[in-house]
Design a protein around this ligand. Structure first.
Ligand SMILES: [Zn+2]
Length: 103
């Protein structure tokens, strides 16, 4: 089996590098609109944050996503990110529950 290279990206909140697919991506398209990218496949410049409310809050406070993308992030997009992160966190909690039951 060929070892697969995992692309790493840096979280805008805590600054740690993590596998790209574990992070929430925000992308700025060529026309300057920013959106949440759940597929990781939208074209444009991306910024990343861990699926963690704490990291999102940090990134937001320090305006790291704005700086990375050189664009202002609308309130609605931060809310969408928070929603997505909350969903990911509850999924993780549910998965953790399963592990506890199995173990
Ligand atoms: Zn982080």
């Amino acid at each position: 089996m060929k070892p697969r290279k995992i692309p790493l990206r840096r979280c805008s909140g805590c600054g740690e590098s993590r596998p790209k697919r574990e992070l929430v991506r925000v992308v700025r398209a060529q026309d300057g609109t920013v959106s949440l990218d759940l597929t990781g496949k939208k074209p444009g410049r991306g910024a990343y944050v861990c699926p963690s409310a704490a990291c999102l809050a940090k990134a937001r406070r320090a305006k790291r996503i704005e700086r990375a993308l050189e664009v202002s992030i609308p309130e609605a997009l931060y809310n969408a990110m928070a929603d997505e992160i909350a969903r990911a966190e509850s999924e993780r909690a549910a998965a953790g529950q399963g592990e506890v039951d199995a173990g």
